[in-house]
Structure formats: structure tokens, C-alpha cells
Ligand binder design. Structure first.
Ligand code: PGA
Length: 264
């Protein structure tokens, strides 16, 4: 039996004070859950939010990290720095961080991905560095609308999964969390049908099995993309879906608590 994991990805929302207020509202609403619960505030709110979470069952996570331990990398944060402020997990390879540099300026804001240049290879490096620092990596994979329309969904998620796992032992692979996040479903209100989300999570599970057969049954796979209280139960009941990565709804304490409750 895999323990479900429900994670809130706050993205670029919440100052330290706002994050503290959100968690103070959230904690009393949370049911006695069998799920692991994680909130991932922006870097600047990690310490303050971590203080409020102390003694609760909610874990603290970050939204990205770099793969080097220290050095001349302006603006970057090393995994061990996240550990030291209380993080237990880190989201890596989110679609909002993957993609090309060099998007022409007039189109830049219109890009729904392609912000920060993460690639399958840099995500692999970040996963290894996070594991070395004792963080639980949540590796996001998922196809764009164009890739889905071209019938390339399975090819894309298999490639992203395989490269994410390169150089990892079977034990490390088994302990990872993947998040299947179809890019077209993120922040759009257009949730992927539960049956299809379950099928693609099964494709990711098989890809993990191709890397290390023993890891396929243990690896946990979340679904993410417009998860809300009213669709969470259907998604979370599926055989291959072991949790949710929640964006917008994680900023509303009652909604996030309801999604946790839907995990059973
Ligand atoms: P959403 O975001 O729930 O707002 O669609 C999910 C995510 O990007 O992790």
C-alpha cells in the first residue's frame, strides 16, 4: 500500500505573513489524514511557515532548487539550504520552470511554459542533488496541449520519466514522487478526466519499472492540474494515482483541507 501524498504548490503567492496566516487557518481544518501533507511556499516564506508547522503533521517543501552545493550561482538555492530551513521535500521540473530561454520578448508573457530553462537533464541533476541532501523530490512530468493533440503524450512522459531517473538506484527510484501534470490542465480549470489521468500515471509507473522493476510498485505518482474539492475524490480513487499536486486550490485553506479529506 502506497501512502497518498497531497502537496500544495503555492507558486509565487504569499509573503511570510500571508503564508503564516494561511497555515494557521489550514491546520485546524485538516482531517486526521492517512495522507502525507506538504505545503510548498516561496523561498522567502519557508522559515516563517516552517515555524507554524512545527509539531503538526504538515511537511514543508520548496518549489525548486539548484544542483550545486555552493558557489558563484547568483539567485540559486542549494538543497542543503532548504533542509536547514526545515524543508523535507522539493518540487522539481514543474512545467512553469521547464522550457526554452530566448523566447522573443513580445511573446514572453504569453508562454505558459518556457520560463526558466529547466530541461530533462537539469531536472535529473536537481533530483540527484535533492536526494543527496535528504530531500524528497517531487518530479513533475506532463505533455503540452500541442503534444497531446499530436498523440505524443505517452512518448513525452516516458522520456521525461526515464531521464529524470538516470543514475538513480532502484531504492532511490522507489522513494521518488512523480507528479503527472498535463500542462493544458494547469491553472485552466480544465481537469484531465480521471480515467485518462490514471492511464497516464500507469504509463509513468511502467517507465519507472523499466528503469528498476522493483521500484514500480512503490513509486508514488500524483496527479496535478486544476484539482479542486469537487474532482479530487474521483481522481484519488484511481489505482495509479497516489495523491495530488494542488496549485490554486492550495491557497484556500478550506479547499485544500477538503482535498486532503478526499484522500481518505
Ligand atoms: P493548479 O496548479 O492546481 O492551479 O492547476 C497545479 C500545479 O501547477 O502544480
Amino acid at each position: 500500500m502506497r501512502t497518498p501524498i497531497i502537496a500544495g504548490n503555492w507558486k509565487m503567492h504569499c509573503t511570510p505573513a500571508e503564508g503564516v496566516a494561511l497555515c494557521r487557518e489550514l491546520l485546524p481544518l485538516l482531517p486526521a489524514a492517512k495522507a502525507q501533507i506538504l505545503v510548498c511556499p516561496p523561498f522567502t516564506a519557508l522559515s516563517a511557515v516552517g515555524t507554524v508547522l512545527t509539531g503538526s503533521e504538515v511537511m514543508l517543501g520548496a518549489q525548486d532548487c539548484f544542483w550545486k552545493e555552493k558557489g558563484a550561482y547568483t539567485g540559486q538555492i542549494a538543497p542543503h539550504m532548504l533542509r536547514e530551513v526545515g524543508c523535507r521535500a522539493v518540487i522539481l521540473g514543474h512545467s512553469e520552470r521547464r522550457g526554452r530561454f530566448g523566447v522573443p520578448e513580445p511573446d514572453f508573457d504569453a508562454q505558459i511554459l518556457a520560463h526558466f530553462g529547466d530541461s530533462d537533464r537539469t531536472v535529473n541533476r536537481k533530483i540527484k542533488a535533492a536526494l543527496a541532501a535528504g530531500l524528497l523530490p517531487i518530479c513533475c512530468v506532463g505533455e503540452t496541449l500541442a503534444e497531446r493533440q499530436e498523440g505524443r503524450t505517452d512518448i513525452v512522459v516516458k522520456r521525461q520519466t526515464a531521464i529524470a531517473l538516470e543514475g538513480l538506484s532502484a531504492e532511490q527510484a522507489a522513494g521518488l514522487v512523480f507528479a503527472y501534470e498535463p500542462v493544458w490542465a494547469i491553472g485552466t480549470g480544465e481537469v484531465c478526466a480521471a480515467e485518462e489521468a490514471d492511464r497516464v500515471c500507469g504509463v509513468i509507473r511502467s517507465a519507472v519499472g523499466e528503469h528498476a522493476a522493483a521500484a514500480a510498485e512503490s513509486v508514488r505518482i500524483q496527479y496535478g492540474g486544476s484539482v479542486k474539492p469537487d474532482n479530487a475524490a474521483d481522481l484519488l480513487a484511481r489505482a495509479n494515482i497516489d495523491g495530488a499536486l494542488v496549485g490554486g486550490a492550495s491557497l484556500k485553506a478550506a479547499d485544500f483541507a477538503a482535498i486532503v479529506a478526499a484522500a481518505g
